[in-house]
Write a protein that binds this ligand. Structure first.
Ligand code: ADP
Length: 151
């Protein structure tokens, strides 16, 4: 069974994440959307809210599981018997950052990262920008799915 873990903060889930997840579905038998819990990081949305965005957005998709994890992503992958990590790339900055993490994960555990470049017109979407717009009271609806819009 070809399994991948898509790790992230999803603070909040955006149309950029959804683009990557939907396009990765034909490649895998199962994709585990895994929210990493990091006690040193401050989040805008609570863990429960972020979990519910993912669960609600993919409730019809039988190949997708949603969960949280702490510790190293590779350890979580091994526990889940997932041979792959899935990540999205928006630009060269993402590539530089993701490359070092991907190489480290491969050296540590032999787990390969599969990268998908976002669809045209989606590279400006990011959770950071969504949070900035929310803080300043602007309209962020064009960057997020319905489940987040309703919040
Ligand atoms: P993290 O805090 O680990 O960066 P994120 O939730 O911000 O978690 O992102 C998770 C993954 O989704 C990353 O691989 C990121 O590059 C990807 N991603 C986020 N937004 C987009 C987008 N607009 N297009 C493509 N990939 C994206």
């Amino acid at each position: 069974m070809r399994k991948a873990v898509f790790p992230g903060s999803f603070d909040p889930l955006t149309l950029g994440h959804i683009d990557i997840i939907e396009r990765a579905l034909p490649l895998f038998d199962e994709i585990i959307l895994a929210i990493g819990t990091n006690s040193e990081k401050k989040y805008m949305f609570s863990l429960e809210e972020r979990l519910s965005f993912l669960k609600e957005a993919f409730k019809e998709e039988t190949k997708i599981k949603v969960t949280t994890y702490s510790g190293l992503t590779v350890d979580f992958c091994k526990k889940q018997e997932a041979a792959f990590i899935l990540r999205g790339l928006r630009n060269s900055k993402d590539l530089e950052f993701e490359k070092t993490i991907g190489q480290t994960n491969f050296q540590m555990a032999g787990i390969d990262t599969i990268f998908l470049v976002n669809s045209p017109g989606k590279s400006h979407i990011s959770s950071t920008v969504v949070r900035d717009i929310i803080r300043h009271g602007g309209d962020y609806s064009f960057m997020v799915p319905d489940v987040v819009r309703k919040k």
